[in-house]
Design a protein around this ligand. Structure first.
Ligand code: HPA
Length: 256
């Protein structure tokens, strides 16, 4: 069953026919809330709002370990993470939907592994490709079927938050090779990998990153709410299409 983790802008999944909600106990404490279990287009799916049902949990306080563990325990076979981001790369305008293919992790102090107790052997998971290729392909294919434009590929910079970045930090991230910036992509992605859960992200550009474009003199989310809302509608449609056609192939001539 596919699990969707929603972030700012996607706190509920309106196309999920809710059957029930389940609080899953975990060895890592409480997840962000009850897992909402139901169907999307007749196919089973589950949803967890990353910041809690009341949207009160800040990025560095999200219990990523409990969230991923709970979804896995409840039978998730793959996770699609939806999150808003700031656009660093010039072509990433507000409202653009991106399927990133790489991560740089600038977060600190977050519980980022399940392998830290003395009763588990030292384990180094392979993370060369942080996102699952097949799940990415399915996202890209679903968007193509619906003729929803996507930016395929991009380096996601995971920052600590909850404050936004300085213009100089964004310049540094760009020099490092980052294209987009968000606060929740890590350790979520690596914890999914440790659990063996295929994981991919759909990021919606909510704003130009600090010091860039319309954020040259500061980031003003308010004026961008409508753009984000519309793009999240498209993300819902992509997810519905993807859940509905789990095993189809990419259209001819399309590469990931
Ligand atoms: N920076 C970090 N996280 C974000 C941003 C940003 O500009 N926009 C949305 N999430």
């Amino acid at each position: 069953m596919l699990a969707i983790i929603g972030g700012s802008g996607l706190t509920t999944l309106s196309n999920l026919d809710v059957a029930h909600r389940e609080i899953v106990r975990t060895p890592y404490g409480e997840a962000s809330g009850a897992i909402v279990i139901g169907q999307i287009g007749g196919q089973p799916a589950m949803f967890l709002p990353r910041h809690g049902h009341g949207h009160t949990i800040v990025p560095h306080m999200v219990n990523y370990r409990a969230n991923l563990w709970a979804l896995h325990r409840r039978g998730a076979t793959g996770v699609i993470s939806v999150a808003s981001v700031g656009g660093i790369r010039g072509d990433l305008q507000p409202g653009e939907i991106v399927v990133p293919d790489q991560i740089i992790d600038y977060t600190w102090g977050r519980k980022s592994t399940y392998y830290e107790t003395l009763d588990t052997p030292v384990t180094h998971v392979d993370f060369t490709e942080p996102y699952d290729a097949d799940l990415r392909r399915r996202i890209i294919e679903a968007a193509a079927t619906l003729s929803i434009p996507l930016k395929i590929g991009g380096v996601y910079a995971a920052t600590q938050g909850p404050r936004l970045e300085t213009a100089a930090e964004i310049n540094r991230f760009e020099r490092d090779g980052a294209d987009l910036v968000g606060m929740t992509g890590m350790p979520e992605a690596v914890l999914a990998r440790e659990l063996g859960l295929p994981y991919a992200a759909i990021n919606v550009v909510a704003n130009h990153a600090a010091g860039r474009g319309s954020s040259a003199n500061g980031i003003h989310f308010k004026s961008l709410e409508r753009v984000l809302h519309e793009a999240m509608g498209q993300v819902r449609a992509i997810i519905e299409e993807l859940v509905d056609s789990p095993n189809s192939c990419l259209p001819m001539g399309m590469s990931v």
